[in-house]
Ligand binder design. Sequence first.
Ligand code: MN
Length: 384
Amino acid sequence: MVKSISLLGSTGSIGTQTLDCARQYNIDVASLSANRDYKKLAEQIIEFEPELACICQSEYLEPLKALLPANCPTEIVTGQEGMIKCATVSKADICVTAVVGASGIRPTYAAILAGKRIGLANKETLVAAGSFIMEAARLHNTEIIPVDSEHSAIFQCLMGENTKDISKLVLTASGGPFRGFTKEQLNNVTLEQALKHPNWSMGSKITIDSASMMNKGFEVIEAGHLFGVSVDDIEVLVHPQSIVHSMVKFTDGSIKAQLGVPDMHIPIQLALTYPDRMPTVSDYPDLTKGPLTFEHPDLDTFRCLDLAFKCYREGGTSCAILNAANEIAVSAFLHKEITFVGIPQVIEAALEHIPSVELTNLDTVETADRQAREYSARYIKEHF
Ligand code: MN
């Protein structure tokens, strides 16, 4: 079990649940980092007394300081540099990356270089810069333990197994609030409907990504990098009950699955305590309650999932473009500037317009990311 954690994205959904685990297992919190929620961050600093805390948006630095006691021992930093400082704080043996979006890439990379175990909850890091990040982890002998429930499930199914015996990884998807919808029905859905996820309670960006199934597309790319398999060895099955979190098919005809209630405390706990398992407050799913069902996803209606498969196949910076265009499109949808089906439209336009180049370092990722953001923003202005 780890002794001390650095936590990036401490005020979000995964962040607060990670702190629940820290509290439960008496794990020291060495650093905390939040984007803008200075009020919640102040409460966390007072409770956990970390050595270091970062409020990324510097305009909240003074309001944050005003909420802390005068004798507060925590050093407060800001910006991406501050995040990197938090990610690499010497006392921590794990860095849990629970930030949303591409802003997690640099700090995750820095934590890898510093030899920290990574509790990976920021899937965009592997989506945008997967080959680069995995290579860095190999070179620095860094363990990356997935926190995403599907990848934690696969990680668990692969304990004690040989990679050569894998036939296929099967990622399950709840299908989100629009499961079974036709293209025509999808044309008219509202923001309020998209924000109502049937099984999981999550932040707003990932909830929209789940509704569009882009989240599953990202998870396909994430799984490919994490477990070193090609896109053709990954399947997606829609499983509306969200009890089977994912499966592995082996060459001998066996399938292993990991089951549990949809509660992120379980994969977070494992990332912190691996190779041990610790009790959680979660109960087991009641398997007598009803059938567990599986169906194929509708790639024609849920364009985002199809786009993700295509980008992963293409490689280079196309996944970074996919991710950045999606961030801009989802943000525009959350602000009611575009429709739900406008999301894949914006992404497709960006992928068509911006050439994918070889991914050689983080600068190429950041250039592609910036180009995709600028283009997508312009496209939205002109077309919606
Ligand atoms: Mn997931």
